[in-house]
Design a protein around this ligand. Sequence first.
Ligand code: PEP
Ligand code: MG
Length: 316
Amino acid sequence: ARRAALSASTGPGATSDGHKVPLLANIGGPADVPAAVEAGAEGVGLFRTEFLFLDDSKQAPSEEKQVEAYRKVLEAFPEGRVVVRVLDAGADKPLDFLTPAEEPNPALGVRGLRSLLDHPDVLRTQLTALAKAVEGLPVYLEVMAPMVADRTDAKAFADACRAAGLRAKFGAMVEIPSAALRARSVLQEVEFLSLGTNDLAQYTFAADRQVGAVSRLQDPWQPALLDLVAASADAAKAEGKSCGVCGEAAADPLLACVLTGLGVTSLSMGAKAIPYVRATLAKHTLAQCERAAAAARATDTADEARAAAQTVLSGE
Ligand code: PEP
Ligand code: MG
């Protein structure tokens, strides 16, 4: 019965009263595209481009190799949108030619956008490859930077995109609390935000995402994390811009309703989760999602937040 209910659930993501929340896929490369299409993804909300760089830790892949990989993904969503994240190296994903060999705290060191700004040639090649890959395609390309801390970072990234002649929207990931707290300032430089809730939880709670002993603090239901999501979504609304979520939080159907209630404008997740999130979202109105979000934020722990949202959404 569960299977039947899910297969009946197709089409764009929306609440029961028709408030649209595009459901997008997180992918690591062209090999993940068929599963995303099969799940009915409306596009790609996070294309993690790291995979291309893993074959050779001594140098970046050639521009031609990158154009080929990006084009394969862009061609798969002719009418959809594809959000490509530029290389996020460092910390849990070190690369010899980019990542400093000895850092006392790699997660707090030169990673993500920071390593690209230290190696402008690598960023330039990636942006030029994206500009070439999208040429002649109708797809709606968006490009975003990981680990944006503030407006200065956002401007540096947008300047690099413009210099590469990229025809796309430029955005910033919100993974550092400073970017969520000053989201309106970041939005003076870029056109959209995308919340990376995995890193945002890590940096909000000072809890390494790779350390199981502190996993309680990695729970995306933590009310403090919901507050930062709300701050980002409110800022985007005030600026007339969009704010999606592409961290693991979006794959939890109940939390997806809460995120929608907080004002998030799209949800991106592993393809497998899309049918479940679509089905759950379709059972609730936007007003119910907003009530669930307010109830969750009024609690003090992740467990209480989850229970409060559950009560609101099941008591209807
Ligand atoms: C995140 O941090 O939530 C995110 C989407 O990026 P990654 O998991 O690749 O660091
Ligand atoms: Mg991240």
